[in-house]
Design a protein around this ligand. Sequence first.
Ligand SMILES: C[S@@+](CC[C@H](N)C(=O)[O-])C[C@H]1O[C@@H](n2cnc3c(N)ncnc32)[C@H](O)[C@@H]1O
Length: 140
Amino acid sequence: MGAIDLDPASNSRENPNVPAARHYTAQDNGLVQPWVGRVFLNPPFGPGVEQWFSKLYLERSAGRTTEAIVLWKSATETAAWKTLTAISCRVCFPSARIRFVGPQGNDSGPTFSPALFYVGERPERFEKAFSGIGAVWVTP
Ligand SMILES: C[S@@+](CC[C@H](N)C(=O)[O-])C[C@H]1O[C@@H](n2cnc3c(N)ncnc32)[C@H](O)[C@@H]1O
């Protein structure tokens, strides 16, 4: 995307994991804030996750979010998956286990199968950037 304007589900504003220009934390409640520009979303996983994807749909429809990359998982049987793939045009399935690295350099491996989704008008750039990580599929 070139840069990240907003992380709407951030661990911290002072010491964020994601190098975005702006961060919303749980204290701000990113679900009720405007999502302007290029968004990187790694939502709180759990039963309420679909509301983050519905919010992304609303912000994109309103023209506030111009592009987004979403880090979530391959949960193809869920309603959240259907909502997210309905607004994404590409999804990357990493071909190897990816690791998460925190600001202090500490890293951990997820226990789920991550997937990365692209929402926006420049899918060819997403394909170029992510094809080295795994297969990039066109969403139906
Ligand atoms: C999966 S973590 C992602 C953290 C960071 N964005 C990253 O990619 O490493 C989800 C984060 O969302 C935060 N969070 C939970 N509820 C939130 C809310 N309503 N608004 C904003 N952030 C929230 C949690 O504190 C947690 O740090």
